[in-house]
Ligand binder design. Structure first.
Ligand code: KIV
Length: 284
């Protein structure tokens, strides 16, 4: 990307994303939870950024996404929005923010927009959340569905495991895709399903179908700390690591410790000297 591209770049709209799908241009996006990452992602030309509830694991060290709160999501969305003013940002509705009732779900979707300036919200589930999607979309907000492996309900799904591997389970996911589309979602994310099932979904619905662990789609999302090689706890099969940033961290931390303990940091170039003559006055 050239300097000129960066200056001329404008934030994508739902219509741009739809056009990209129709022209066979894949959208590339990833999660971001903090200012610096979002700034670098925008500079690199990422099409969208998701402030995912995966921040529960990636930032807070929880074992899953269930404990993540609305306030945590809003704080991180605010930081990402400040860093990436020209990028389409997706706020992820955390567990508990849309399960209690439709009115509560709409109120939380509104919070994402008013307090954090997101461009759309994403929520997990198909047939069972269709009335919630309908209500939020009727409120004039863009909704991205999320079907297949849905981490917030991993307990009900028997763990973090691929979905749609039997004909019966695949049929249920395709039914979910139809319901998400019919309820007014402008796009959907399909997670952890075989590519054959993804291909059927793409034939069923005319909106963009994005994937993570779902084969070829209208675009891909990855978790930032996974592609960086920073998240250490586990690496799902569908992740491709593009770097070993954890190793870079280790090397930097070890070198810093060595320097301080060995007295080579701070050096002359890292200190502030007194104004000429002032040290003498102090001594006198
Ligand atoms: O929270 C998240 O990061 C997600 C991923 C599956 C993309 O929803």
């Amino acid at each position: 990307m050239t300097g000129e591209d960066i200056v001329l770049r404008k934030k994508l709209t739902r219509f741009d994303l739809q056009k990209m799908k129709e022209e066979g241009r894949r959208a590339v996006w990833m999660t971001a939870y903090d200012f610096v990452t979002a700034q670098l992602a925008e500079e690199a030309g990422m099409d969208m950024l998701l402030v995912g509830d995966s921040l529960g694991m990636a930032v807070y060290g929880y074992s899953g996404t269930v404990p993540v709160t609305m306030d945590q999501c809003i704080y991180h969305c605010e930081a990402v929005r400040r860093a990436a003013a020209n990028t389409f940002i997706i706020g992820d509705m955390p567990f508990g923010s849309y399960q209690v009732g439709i009115e509560d779900a709409c109120r939380n979707a509104v919070r994402f927009h008013k307090e954090a300036g997101v461009d759309c919200i994403k929520l997990e589930g198909g047939v069972r959340v269709a009335p919630v999607i309908r209500a939020i979309a009727d409120g004039g907000m863009l909704v991205m569905g999320h079907i297949g492996l849905t981490p917030q309900s991993s307990g009900a799904q028997g763990g973090f495991r691929a979905q749609g591997r039997t004909a019966e389970s695949a049929r249920a996911i395709i039914e979910d895709a139809r319901a998400v589309y019919a309820a007014g979602a402008f796009s959907m994310l399909v997670e952890g399903v075989p590519p054959e099932v993804t291909a059927m979904i793409r034939r069923e619905v005319p909106i963009p179908v994005y994937g993570i662990g779902a084969g070829d789609c209208d675009g891909q999302v990855m978790i930032c700390s996974d592609i960086l090689g920073l998240f250490q706890a586990f690496t799902p099969k569908f992740v491709k690591r593009y770097g070993d940033v954890a190793d870079a961290y280790r090397k930097v931390f070890a070198a810093y410790i060595d320097d301080v303990r060995g007295g080579t940091f701070p050096g002359e170039e890292h200190v502030y000297r007194m104004v000429a003559g002032e040290a003498d006055k102090l001594a006198g």
